[in-house]
Design a protein around this ligand. Structure first.
Ligand SMILES: [Zn+2]
Length: 366
């Protein structure tokens, strides 16, 4: 009897594993993952109800994600991004390293090995927790100088964001004490450096490129003369030339910071800007027909409620429950081949596993 129970339990586990992670008959060639940092369901509701450039209503595949980390009900951005980047939950503060200090291979590293082109874009420093989890490994998110050192060797084809503080020595306008000039190091490993986004309007580099457009973050969306959508579009234009396909992660980093400050105008500006990136991804995917677009958040921040509407401006009024992250489920919106796998309620690390299994169908999970 015990033997029989064991047999059925084993079969059940195997069946679950097979059905859950390896059903890749609808495998996309390209994956674009757009992460709204702190973009809870309230933020999505604000976009869908009131924003002219809202993209969320275009998605037919919709689900929910439980964002808990390995040690906390409420995740931080490091553990939140690690779940998506590696397929494993870790402790808050850790960057693509597990609870025992073991390095977790990232989707970006797996894609590089498979000769799939890769890109990372953020409106924060590219050393900040979310992008860092896709391009480095560290026991703590606070070691942004060390994370920058690792980024030089990450092999990603397109890197766009901010972070000159961590890439340049003090006498060149950065904050590094060790006198290293990592922009020069990046050039020496084959990158073209883009010092200003307007250069991308003139001519797209033929080789891999990276751009840092701020010391710690890009200017607020409202103060920029370029959008996250523009950067996304340029990255796609470059990456889509690769015949093996591409993986691109785009983060709207500052929605979280706006919610931390309970600053509605700042949040709305960043949310519109994030929509521009989703629009660029969907435009490409609709034309290409072989691209999976996933839009989600690492966690909710602020848990705000829509409380009314300004009669004159038509803008929504909101009330904030907190200045911190919450454990509220977040939305996941998917389009393209494989999108049906992201419906229902799922744990964050399962999303990471499914994405990795598109790139490496034989990846197995503990
Ligand atoms: Zn976050």
């Amino acid at each position: 009897m015990i033997k029989k129970i064991f047999y059925y339990a084993t079969v059940a586990v195997l069946l679950t594993a097979t059905v859950f992670y390896s059903k890749n008959n609808n495998k996309p060639k390209n994956i674009i993952l757009l992460i709204g940092d702190g973009m809870g369901l309230s933020q999505v509701s604000i976009s869908a109800i009131s924003m002219q450039n809202d993209q969320f209503k275009k998605f037919l595949s919709v689900g929910l994600v439980n964002t808990c980390s390995a040690d906390k009900l409420i995740t931080d951005s490091a553990a939140g991004a690690t779940a998506y980047a590696t397929g494993y939950r870790t402790k808050n503060g850790m960057i693509s390293i597990d609870e025992n200090g073991k390095v977790l291979e990232t989707i970006t590293e797996i894609a590089n090995k498979k000769k799939i082109a890769t890109g990372i874009i953020a409106t924060s420093s590219i050393t900040n927790a979310t992008p860092a989890a896709f391009i480095s490994h560290n026991g703590t998110r606070k070691e942004e100088y060390g994370i920058a050192d690792q980024i030089v060797k990450c092999g990603v084809d397109v890197l766009l964001g901010a972070g000159t503080d961590f890439f340049l020595p003090k006498d060149k306008g950065g904050k590094r004490d060790d006198k290293k000039n990592l922009i020069d190091s990046m050039k020496s490993v084959g990158y073209e450096y883009i010092s200003n986004p307007s250069l991308l309007k003139e001519k797209l580099p033929s080789k891999k490129f990276f751009g840092l457009f701020g010391s710690l973050a890009l200017p607020h969306a409202k103060e920029r003369d370029y959008s996250l959508g523009f950067l996304t579009d340029k990255a796609i234009e470059h990456l889509s030339k690769n015949k093996n396909g591409f993986f691109l992660m785009v983060e709207g980093s500052q929605m979280d910071w706006a919610a931390d400050q309970n600053d509605k105008d700042y949040l709305f500006g960043e949310l519109r800007d994030f929509n521009s990136a989703v629009e660029a991804a969907l435009k490409f995917a609709e034309k290409d027909n072989n691209t999976l677009v996933i839009v989600l958040a690492d966690h909710d921040t602020g848990s705000l409620g829509i409380s009314g509407k300004n009669k004159e401006s038509g803008e929504l009024d909101v009330v904030w429950a907190t200045k911190f992250h919450t454990a509220n489920l977040v939305g996941i919106f998917s389009y393209g081949p494989g999108s049906e796998m992201f419906r229902g309620i799922q744990d964050n690390y399962i999303i990471g596993r499914k994405l990795i299994n598109f790139i490496n169908p034989s990846a197995s999970w503990k």
